[in-house]
Design a protein. Structure first.
Length: 484
């Protein structure tokens, strides 16, 4: 190809073979969940680039080293034991899809449900009801000035705009979006997309009238972008409604078992993945491996790694890796806000141990896995809360889904925020009087930074509590709201 640092040469380092990956994850085995890897698979997954008199490759690696960036180094994987502490006697309950009679597997919309087709089911349009506001985006490309109207204009894609759209391009963009979402059970066709765009009862479009007029070519480019965004957002709502219609009647409350998908594989334990050149990090991991084997070590901090055995959590230890560290952990380590919540809950239970026993209350926590294994809710836009929290009191179980979250990208009407109402509908539908369901957002952003113009009481009414503003009592408030 060449002997110097030309564009084609440099691009060689960014090109590789896309693997199928474990469970179609498209990732190498060192970057997916814990499972038993075939022998020597690391060698098969490695891309090898060969060159003749290609000293530019070494110069490129030297350049990366000078800039403090990692080269194409071999990864080392270390196993750290994991213990599931959940006992059969606790009989904690969890929401799960029912199991099929024929094979004992849980119902899955992708595998067992109907195949929805875009362009059909016009009866769902009133429930989809998308709002798309293009005022902020359009004004960023205009010169500064007082150009915003006092009231926003609305419009729709009429025959004029539709005649300029590239339907092939829209089809491939929606198809790519569908593949990104792994919705293999969704039918997409150009005729179906056109049928959707021919009606406007499923969206409200806020846009200045001048941008919908056929007076300049830049408007045509804008119409193409608008159509693509509307169709992708329609896909989200349409798929969610179909998923919900299939799964909701098949949900049940059943006892949590050690074989539940939300528990990691105890035999596999944790995997710590690090570059072989990171000798100090490797030494830290080896010390963690050795020290965690000693029963007196419930709290460890070595270098970038924090390890804790926490009584309330259903498996141990839990890890937190300092931000910026190059160590990768599977199952994934706690981030900063998750770590703060877990430690706050641990302190809460220790400080109130006598009162909890007196009230016959027990508290348990479980890290909720993400898509595929954890408990998720399509009602809230494929929402997989970070934690499941149980408070057991006599014959009742208060089950709460907890999400430590920044909220900068959310608003009061967000599906995640309003899920505290939706989950009550689920509770009513399941019909178990011994189970009370709740959902909470724990904001690590301070209240004044959100600029939502809500009072503290209004935030509480939406089950939003502030970890930073109210760090000494937000858990008291959480359990109070949970009980009420």
């Amino acid at each position: 190809m060449g002997k110097s640092e030309g564009a084609q040469i440099i691009q060689l380092f960014g090109r590789g073979v896309r693997l199928k990956g474990y469970n179609w994850s498209l990732k190498r085995s060192g970057h997916v969940g814990v499972f038993k890897k075939p022998a020597y698979i690391d060698e098969l997954e490695r891309l090898n680039v060969f060159g003749i008199e290609a000293d530019f490759m070494q110069r490129f690696k030297d350049f990366l080293k000078e800039e403090g960036l990692p080269g194409n180094e071999r990864k080392e994987v270390f196993k750290v034991p994991l213990t599931i502490t959940y006992g059969i006697g606790k009989k904690l309950k969890i929401i799960r899809p029912k199991r099929k009679r024929d094979d004992g597997q849980e119902y899955s919309f992708k595998n067992d449900g109907p195949v929805p087709t875009l362009g059909q089911h016009a009866d769902l349009h009133a429930r989809i009801n998308i709002e798309s506001d293009w005022y902020p985006r359009i004004q960023t490309v205009k010169s500064k000035g007082n150009q915003q109207a006092s009231a926003k204009e609305t419009a729709s894609l009429t025959r004029t705009q539709l005649s300029f759209l590239n339907m092939d391009e829209l089809f491939f963009e929606v198809e790519q979006y569908k593949r990104l979402k792994r919705w293999h059970n969704l039918n997409v066709s150009k005729s179906g997309l056109r049928e959707l765009l021919n009606v406007s009862d499923w969206y409200t479009l806020f846009i200045p009238a001048e941008n919908m007029a056929a007076i300049r070519y830049s408007n045509v480019v804008l119409w193409q972008q608008i159509a693509a965004e509307l169709l992708k957002r329609y896909c989200d709502r349409f798929y969610s409604l179909n998923h919900r219609a299939f799964i909701e009647p098949r949900l049940e409350i059943r006892e949590l078992e050690k074989s539940d998908d939300n528990f990691p594989d105890e035999a596999e334990g944790y995997q710590f993945i690090v570059d072989s050149t990171e000798r100090s990090l490797i030494e830290d991991i080896r010390r963690i491996q050795a020290d965690l084997g000693k029963p007196e070590n419930k709290w460890l901090q070595i270098g970038h790694i924090r390890a804790h055995r926490i009584d309330t959590h259903l498996y141990e230890p839990l890890f937190h890796i300092s931000k910026g560290s190059s160590i990768k952990v599977s199952p994934v380590a706690l981030n900063e806000s998750e770590y703060k919540f877990v430690m706050a809950l641990h302190d809460y239970c220790k400080d109130r141990e006598i009162r909890l026993k007196k009230n016959n209350q027990e508290i348990y926590l479980l890290r909720n896995f993400s898509r595929g294994k954890g408990v998720g809710f399509f009602e809230a836009g494929s929402f997989y809360p970070d934690f499941i929290l149980w408070m057991v009191e006599n014959d009742k179980q208060y089950i709460s889904f907890i999400e430590p979250h920044g909220l900068r990208q959310e608003g009061p009407t967000s599906k995640k925020i309003q899920f505290h109402k939706t989950i009550k509908d689920i509770q009513t539908r399941l019909g178990d009087p011994t189970v009370i369901l709740n959902s909470f957002i724990l904001s690590w952003i301070k209240q004044k930074e959100l600029e939502w113009r809500l009072t503290i009481q209004q935030f509480e009414d939406n089950h939003i509590l502030f970890m930073s503003d109210d760090k000494d009592s937000y858990l008291d408030n959480l359990f109070r709201i949970m009980k009420n």
